[in-house]
Ligand binder design. Structure first.
Ligand code: PMP
Length: 375
C-alpha cells in the first residue's frame, strides 16, 4: 500500500527512535553530493576537511543554528563526535572535576540514568529527583525538585527518548548553570538558549545522520575546564579551531547543515516546526486516547513527549502483532525500547503529517480487527 507512493525517496514511513527520518529534499541533495558536490568536482566523501568549501559548510551550519535558535553572542557552537554519550563524560570532566561542590542531576528516564554514573566518576552527584519508582511515567513538579544550594551545575534531559516524557518548561534555581541533553528534541521547537550554560544534542533524531553532536556553550564556562583533559575532550581546542580541530565527520556535518537550511527555508523556522510537531502529536495521542483503552499511553498526559509517543496494547502479544503488521504495511521502527516494551512512534521533524495520518488509519484498522480479542 505504502509502496505505491512513488514520490517518496524511501519505501517505508520511518518512525524509528533514531537514527530517524530526514527530509526528502535533503536526502536528494546529499545523494547528489556523494557523487559530486556542485562546483567542487569531488565527492563529499573525499573532500578535505581543510578545504575552504568545508570551512564554509561548518560556518553556515553554525550560522543557521544561531539564527534558528536566536543563540546569544557569548555562546560557542561546536560540532563534535562521540554522540550524546561522550557528552555524559565531557560535561563533568569540564565542570565537575576537582570541585568539592556537587552537580545536581534529574533522573527522569533511561538516558538521564546513563549520564549519572559518568558524572560520578568526576565528582559528587546529587540526584535532585528520580522518577524510577514510577516507571518514569511522569516528570517532577517544581516543588518536588530538591536542588543543592551550591551545585556546580544541574543536568537534565529535555526529552527522554525511551519513555516519551518531555519537559515543557525550563527547570532549576535562578542562577544555576543549567546543562541540558536535548538530543531528541533539539531544533524541534524554539528553546531559550540563554537559560542554559551548555546544551548538547546528537544529530540523528531531528537534524542529521549519526556522527555529529552539537554543543552550545557559554564562553565563560571554557575557563572552568580542568587543565588535565585529553586534547580531544577539551572544548577549548574545538572552540579555538571552530570545530575543525581534527578530521570531523564531514558528511554528517554537511547533511546537518542541509537540514538547518531546510528548517529555515522550507519549514520557515522553529515556530513553524513546533506547530507542525504539535499537530502530529495531537493526532497520534488523540488516536490513543480515543481508542477506548485499546491503546494506552505510557506517559502522564501533561508530560507527554511531542517527539516519542510511547504506548501499549492490552497484551505483549498484541504489541508484537501490531509492530509486525505495521512493519509489513510500511511503518518502520515502531518497536518500543527493550526497557519499556510496547510501541514507540517517533515523530521527529522529518516525519510528515501524511505519515502520521497513515499511521492513525492503520491504528484504527488494527483496532477494528482485534478489538474483540480477550485480553
Ligand atoms: N541522550 C538521549 C536523550 C538519547 O536519546 C540518546 C540516544 N538515543 C543518547 C543521549 C545517546 O546518544 P548516542 O547514541 O549518540 O551516544
Amino acid at each position: 500500500m505504502v509502496g505505491a507512493a512513488t514520490a517518496r525517496v524511501a519505501r517505508k514511513f520511518n518512525f524509528s527512535g533514531g537514527p530517524g527520518a530526514l527530509p526528502e529534499s535533503v536526502l536528494r541533495e546529499a545523494s547528489r553530493a556523494v557523487i559530486e558536490v556542485p562546483g567542487q568536482g569531488l565527492s563529499v566523501l573525499g573532500i578535505s576537511h581543510r578545504s575552504p568549501w568545508f570551512r564554509d559548510v561548518v560556518d553556515e551550519a553554525e550560522r543557521n543554528i544561531r539564527e534558528l535558535l536566536d543563540v546569544p553572542n557569548d555562546y560557542r557552537v561546536l560540532f563534535l563526535q562521540g554522540g550524546g554519550t561522550l557528552q555524559f563524560s565531557m560535561v563533568p570532566m569540564t565542570l565537575l572535576r576537582g570541585s568539592r561542590r556537587p552537580a545536581d542531576y534529574v533522573h527522569s528516564g533511561y538516558w538521564s540514568g546513563k549520564a549519572i554514573p559518568e558524572a560520578r566518576r568526576e565528582g559528587s552527584v546529587h540526584v535532585a529527583w528520580s522518577g524510577e519508582a514510577d516507571g518514569f511515567r511522569r516528570l517532577p513538579a517544581d516543588a518536588e525538585l530538591d536542588w543543592s544550594d551550591d551545585a556546580e551545575y544541574l543536568h537534565y534531559v529535555s526529552n527522554e527518548t525511551v519513555e516519551g516524557v518531555q519537559f515543557h518548561r525550563t527547570i532549576g534555581l535562578q542562577d544555576v548553570t543549567r546543562v541540558c541533553d536535548m538530543s531528541s528534541d533539539f531544533l524541534s521547537r524554539p528553546a531559550p538558549v540563554g537559560d542554559f550554560g551548555l546544551i548538547y544534542a546528537h544529530a540523528q533524531k531531528n537534524f542529521g545522520p549519526a556522527g555529529v553532536t552539537v554543543v552550545l556553550l557559554r564562553d565563560h564556562l571554557l575557563g572552568r575546564a580542568s587543565p588535565d583533559l585529553p586534547a580531544l575532550l577539551d572544548y577549548r581546542n574545538h572552540a579555538a579551531m571552530r570545530s575543525i580541530y581534527n578530521t570531523p565527520p564531514v558528511f554528517a556535518i554537511y547533511v546537518a547543515m542541509l537540514v538547518t537550511r531546510w528548517l529555515r527555508d522550507e519549514v520557515g523556522g522553529l515556530g513553524n516546526m513546533d506547530a507542525i510537531n504539535r499537530e502530529k502529536a495531537r493526532r497520534l495521542y488523540g488516536r490513543i486516547d480515543g481508542s477506548g483503552g485499546f491503546y494506552s499511553g505510557h506517559a502522564a498526559p501533561a508530560d507527554r513527549s511531542l517527539m516519542n509517543a510511547v504506548f501499549r496494547l492490552r497484551t505483549a502479544e498484541l504489541d508484537a502483532a501490531f509492530v509486525e503488521e505495521a512493519d509489513a504495511e510500511g511503518f518502520a521502527g515502531l518497536e518500543g525500547h527493550r526497557t519499556v516494551g510496547g510501541v514507540r512512534a517517533s515523530l521527529y521533524n522529518a516525519v510528515g503529517l501524511t505519515a502520521v495520518n497513515s499511521l492513525c488509519e492503520f491504528m484504527d484498522d488494527f483496532r477494528a480487527r482485534h478489538r474483540t480479542e480477550a485480553p
